[in-house]
Design a protein around this ligand. Structure first.
Ligand code: HAM
Length: 412
């Protein structure tokens, strides 16, 4: 019995008509990051589960609830990558990149997987573009990366952006702040949500993320880590801020910005866009000065970000134009149409032909529907006309000069 299938929950197909806007985003990002000296890296779509459990953090939502994990036939525990930073640090250590000149600047693009509740802007397979600078603790790197993400988004025409900026301090400051916050939360335990109470010991900072009313009220009066930053952390953060001011990138200080991954230290940031509604986070990141060491490498400071491609597309105000063929070959004789189209393509002219045995008139209609800029009309006697579809202007062409004539008309 035949059965109809649908794409799995929270996933989607990208149809050809939707591809050109994705390509635009990818090309823009590639050019921008390449010009800033970031080299593209690709890592596998799945990794050992342990990498994410250690790297992202045992108590995070990602690890406790959102991973697509499985055992392979050899009994290895594997997980479809929910994010790219832990895999890149794994690759940095595995390939001895700490021996290369530092920092190692990398960028990536590809699919990621999280078993989240699907809604607009939140999917179970989604695409990220990300950048990481590994092997530098300079605040210049923090500022460079924030500016790059700002340029990536603004360069695509996304304007109603807000940049939220915070600092989590060094692990030591964070640890003592965590204690202070835990004590404060214990004092107000009865007002907190069950989830926050359950995570008081493992991850009290996540209480800032809660949308439970009682918890939110308690959090408004909670001590913030920005008030606790010590000498070097405070200085680092002040330098990042002054560099962003100098670059003309506006931001809002957000002492409650914790982000959902455990590896962050010092600077954290997130771009939000109101057009996106509930899933307003379009891209974010921060420093993760302890992650490379945690994954078996030398002590190596690093910083990076990732942006969601689908959220970028949702935030784009103007749809990019559909890709259209330059030429549609119209010819009653199929073999001749075939040869003419191939000949044009060899000259890097995008050319289509009828593949559905349409009559001459039907082919003209099809040329229109495909949005072709020109029709190359090949008559029975072999004579050729070049027709500009929009104006309807038409002229005879020497068949031997066809590609040159199209190229000249294209540039006219
Ligand atoms: P993240 O904030 O978890 O960070 O994800 C980055 C971006 O990916 C989000 O801002 C959002 O646009 C997109 N995204 C996340 N989950 C989904 C989803 N379920 N559906 C659609 N889009 C989604 C990270 O992943 C870190 N690795 C970023 C980083 C790099 N930090 C340092 N380096």
């Amino acid at each position: 019995m035949a059965v109809k299938h649908s794409a799995p929950k929270g996933t989607f197909d990208v149809l050809p008509s939707e591809e050109s806007s994705r390509e635009l985003v990818a090309t823009h990002a590639g050019k921008l990051l390449d010009a800033a000296g970031y080299g593209r890296i690709e890592t596998p779509a799945f990794e050992e589960t342990e990498l994410f459990a250690r790297g992202v953090g045992e108590s995070t939502d990602i690890v406790t609830k959102e991973m697509f994990s499985f055992s392979d036939r050899g009994g290895r525990e594997l997980t479809l990558r929910p994010e790219g930073t832990a895999p890149i640090c794994r690759a940095y250590v595995e390939h001895g990149m700490h021996k290369d000149p530092q920092p190692v600047k990398l960028w990536y693009a590809g699919p990621f997987f999280r078993a989240e509740k699907p809604q607009q802007g939140r999917y179970r397979q989604f695409n990220q573009i990300g950048a990481e600078a590994i092997g530098t603790d300079s605040p210049l790197a923090d500022a460079e990366l924030v500016v790059l993400l700002d340029e990536l988004l603004r360069g695509l025409g996304i304007t109603d952006l807000e940049l939220r900026l915070g600092s989590l301090g060094s692990p030591e400051v964070r640890a003592s702040y965590r204690e202070e916050l835990r004590d404060y939360l214990r004092e107000h335990e009865s007002s907190l949500s069950e989830e926050v109470r359950g995570r008081l010991d493992t991850n009290p900072l996540r209480a800032f993320d809660s949308d439970h009313e009682g918890t939110r009220e308690v959090m408004q009066r909670a001590p913030t880590i920005l008030e606790r930053l010590d000498g070097e952390d405070a200085e680092h953060f002040a330098t990042v801020r002054s560099l962003l001011d100098a670059a003309g990138v506006p931001y809002t200080l957000d002492p409650s910005l914790v982000r959902g991954l455990d590896y962050y230290t010092r600077t954290v940031f997130e771009f939000t866009c109101d057009r996106l509604g509930a899933q307003s986070g379009i891209g974010g990141g921060g420093r993760y000065d302890g992650l490379v060491e945690l994954l078996g490498g030398p002590s190596t400071p690093a910083i990076g970000w990732a942006a969601g491609v689908e959220r970028i597309l949702l935030a784009l105000e103007d749809e990019p134009p559909l890709r259209r063929p330059e030429v549609f070959v119209v010819c009653a004789e199929p073999r001749r149409a075939f040869e003419t189209a191939l000949g044009l393509r060899r000259h890097r002219i995008s050319a289509q032909l009828d593949l559905a045995a349409r009559a001459f008139k039907g082919q003209m209609k099809q040329a229109n529907r495909a949005g072709a800029r020109f029709a190359v009309i090949v008559e029975q006697d072999g004579s050729v006309k070049l027709r500009e579809m929009e104006s309807g202007e038409q002229r005879d062409i020497d068949p031997a000069d066809l590609p040159e004539a199209v190229i000249a008309a294209r540039e006219a």
